[in-house]
Design a protein around this ligand. Structure first.
Ligand code: FE
Ligand code: FE
Ligand code: ZN
Ligand code: FE
Length: 165
């Protein structure tokens, strides 16, 4: 039973801890499937940031005096299943790259939703220190999302359109 905001917080903390570890493990697959050097670089850079994000989550568990434990996140598993489908249904090239951008943005949006909730609850529980730590991660997720968006709109989508023509 989750009977308090603190319980909810810990539950979602475990969820995003699972998700971040899954992301760390799965980004290389997206990088291998991508063609655009810019897209490969953006994903690789964000994987590096993800290592730091996992460490921040471990600091939050520690601060709460709880063991760092992951709880299966079906949402992130589902998002990566969709990426698998994309790889089955496309050949390497701009169309697949456009699909990878969209999949990666879906992941960033999921993370943004989770961190947003955690930060709101941390503030409500007067854990300003934890809120500040998680805000650093949320800022990275937003930046990653914005960069993916820019890669899509500046170049990859136009190349994908040309491909179809
Ligand atoms: Fe992340
Ligand atoms: Fe989840
Ligand atoms: Zn605190
Ligand atoms: Fe992310």
């Amino acid at each position: 039973m989750l009977s308090s905001v603190d319980d909810l917080f810990l539950d979602v903390l475990k969820d995003i801890y699972f998700a971040e570890k899954k992301i760390l493990k799965t980004i290389p697959k997206l990088v291998r499937g991508a063609t655009s050097p810019d897209l490969k670089a953006a994903l690789t850079e964000h994987r590096h940031e993800t290592e730091g994000q996992i460490e921040r989550l471990q600091q939050v568990f520690e601060h709460l005096g709880k063991p760092a434990r992951a709880k299966t996140c079906e949402a992130i598993n589902g998002l990566f299943e969709e990426a698998d489908e994309l790889f089955e249904d496309t050949e390497a090239g701009p169309v697949r790259d456009a699909g990878i951008v969209a999949c990666a943005q879906a992941v960033e949006h999921y993370e943004m939703a989770r961190y947003g909730a955690l930060i709101a609850w941390a503030k409500a529980s007067k854990h300003g220190d934890i809120a500040k730590l998680l805000q650093e991660t949320l800022d990275q997720e937003k930046k990653a999302d914005a960069l993916l968006n820019k890669l899509g709109t500046d170049k990859i989508n136009a190349e994908a359109l040309r491909e179809a023509a």
